[in-house]
Design a protein around this ligand. Structure first.
Ligand code: ADP
Length: 395
C-alpha cells in the first residue's frame, strides 16, 4: 500500500524537506527553510513544478517544522497530518552504534544527544527535529538515518588512529566518516547503470561545500576521507581538511587563540576561502583565477591535488579502479574541476571525453578509457525515504 513519507534534513540554520509517495518514489512536495533564527528567513517550496518563495521571520527549528506542515495542509498536499505515515531524519553522527538506520525510541534519542559533542552543529538540531515531529505527528513512525552508518563497514586499519588505544576504548576516538547516504546512493546508481563487474572497485567523490571521498568495494565503504568529525580529509569550501596536528598548539600559543577560536578558524576561515582570500565557492575562486589572481589559482591547485592524492590512495586500498563517480555541487556542475582531476589520473586508465564532460553527461569517460567516469546527482532524501519504508516495516 502506498505511504506518504517525509524526509527531513536539518542543518544549523536550515531545514530541507521532501514529501514522497512511496514506494513509487514520487515527490509530492519539496522545499527548504533558510536563515532560521537569523534576519530575513526564507521558506521556499515546490509543488507540481510550481515554486513559491516566501520571506518571513522563522525564529527556530520548531517554527520551521510547523510552517512546513501548515503549508502541506493549506496547499492540499495532505488532507490531515495523519496521512504522513513516516518521517526520516538525517542525523549527522551515530558513532559506532548504528550500522543501519533505526526506529527512534528513548535510547536512540539519548545516544544522539550524547553524540552531540562529536557533531555540535548538527546532532542537537537533528534531535530537535525528531522531538518536534513526535509532538506534531504522534502517529507517524520516526526513523533516524545516520551520515556515519554506511562507513561502519570500514576495516580497523581504515578507522583506527594511531593514538593510545584507550582513547578509542574510552572515548570512541576513531574515523567515522560522513555523507554516507550520498556515497551509498551514487554507488547504487552506478551499479544500476554499469552492472556488477564495472562497479566492484568504486571511488565516489562528493564535492560540495563539505567534501569527502569514499572507497567502495563490492558496494561497501572500506575507507573515507572525513574522520572523527567532518573537518578531516579534503580541502573544502571553508574547512581545511588534513593537517599536521602540531600546528594547532603552535597557532594557539603564537596568536593567543583558545581552542574554540582555533576550531572556528579551521571550520569557517580555512579551505578554499583561507587559501584564496576570495571565497569558499569554487565558482568565485575560478573566476578570480581566470582573471590572473595567483592565490586563487594556487587554491584550486591544492584542492585538485588533494583529491587526486586521495584517489591514488583509495585505488591502492581497493586494488584498482573500475568506476569513478562525481557528485554534489562541484562534482555535478564543475566540468573544469572534473577535467583537472581526471587529467591527473591517466596512470589509472582514466580518460574522459571533454565534450560529454562539458555537458555533465551521466557517463563522461572516453571510449578507450579503462575506467567508467560518472556524474551522478546525489539524492540523500530518497535514501532517507527508502530507509523509512524498510525500517518501519512498510515494504
Ligand atoms: P553542501 O555541501 O552545502 O550541500 P553543495 O553540494 O550544494 O553544498 O555544493 C555547493 C558548492 O558547489 C558551492 O559552494 C560551489 O562551490 C559549488 N558549485 C555549485 N554549482 C557550481 C558550478 N556550476 N560550478 C562550479 N561549482 C559549483
Amino acid at each position: 500500500m502506498s505511504k506518504k513519507i517525509l524526509s527531513i534534513n536539518s542543518g544549523s540554520s536550515s531545514l530541507k524537506f521532501k514529501l514522497y509517495k512511496m514506494p513509487d518514489e514520487q515527490v509530492l512536495a519539496s522545499g527548504q527553510v533558510d536563515r532560521i533564527g537569523i534576519e530575513n528567513s526564507t521558506f521556499n517550496y515546490k509543488i507540481n513544478d510550481k515554486t513559491t518563495e516566501t520571506l518571513r521571520p522563522i525564529k527556530n527549528h520548531d517554527e520551521a517544522i510547523k510552517a512546513v506542515i501548515n503549508m502541506l495542509l493549506t496547499s492540499g498536499v495532505i488532507a490531515n497530518k495523519n496521512e504522513i505515515a513516516g518521517v526520516g531524519h538525517r542525523v549527522s553522527h551515530g558513532g559506532s552504534y548504528y550500522p543501519e538506520s533505526v526506529l527512534v525510541d528513548k535510547d536512540v534519542k539519548k545516544r544522539i544527544d550524547e553524540l552531540s559533542v562529536l557533531s555540535p552543529l548538527h546532532n542537537p538540531v537533528n534531535l530537535i527535529g525528531i522531538q518536534d515531529f513526535e509532538k506534531l505527528l504522534p502517529s507517524a513512525k520516526e526513523v533516524a538515518v545516520f551520515d556515519t552508518s554506511f562507513h561502519q563497514t570500514m576495516p580497523e586499519e581504515s578507522y583506527m588512529y594511531a593514538l593510545p588505544y584507550e582513547y578509542y576504548e574510552k572515548y570512541g576516538i576513531r574515523r567515522y566518516g560522513f555523507h554516507g547516504p550520498s556515497h551509498e546512493y551514487v554507488s547504487l546508481k552506478a551499479n544500476e547503470l554499469f552492472g556488477n563487474e564495472k562497479t566492484r572497485r568504486v571511488i565516489s567523490c562528493h564535492l560540495g561545500n563539505g567534501s569527502s571521498l569514499c572507497a567502495i568495494k563490492d558496494g561497501k565503504s572500506v575507507n573515507t576521507s572525513m574522520g572523527f568529525t567532518p573537518l578531516a580529509g579534503l580541502v573544502m569550501g571553508s574547512r581545511l581538511g588534513d593537517i599536521d596536528p602540531e600546528i594547532l598548539p603552535f597557532i594557539e600559543s603564537k596568536l593567543g587563540m583558545d581552542s574554540h577560536e582555533v576550531l572556528e578558524m579551521l571550520n569557517k576561515k580555512s579551505g578554499l576561502l583561507g587559501l584564496s582570500g576570495v571565497s569558499s565557492d569554487v565558482r568565485d575562486v575560478e573566476k578570480a583565477a581566470n582573471n590572473g589572481n595567483a592565490r586563487a589559482e594556487m587554491a584550486l591547485k591544492v584542492f585538485v591535488h588533494q583529491i587526486q592524492h586521495y584517489i591514488g590512495a583509495y585505488a591502492s586500498d581497493i586494488g584498482g579502479l573500475d568506476t569513478l563517480i562525481f557528485t554534489a555541487g562541484i562534482g555535478e556542475h564543475s566540468w573544469t574541476m572534473r577535467s583537472a582531476i581526471c587529467k591527473k589520473l591517466a596512470y589509472l586508465g582514466v580518460k574522459i571525453d571533454e565534450e560529454k564532460n562539458k555537458q555533465s553527461a551521466l557517463s563522461i569517460e572516453a571510449k578507450d578509457s579503462k575506467v567508467k567516469v560518472a556524474v551522478i546527482p546525489t539524492d540523500e532524501e530518497i535514501m532517507i525515504a527508502r530507509d523509512v519504508m524498510r525500517v518501519a516495516g512498510f515494504n
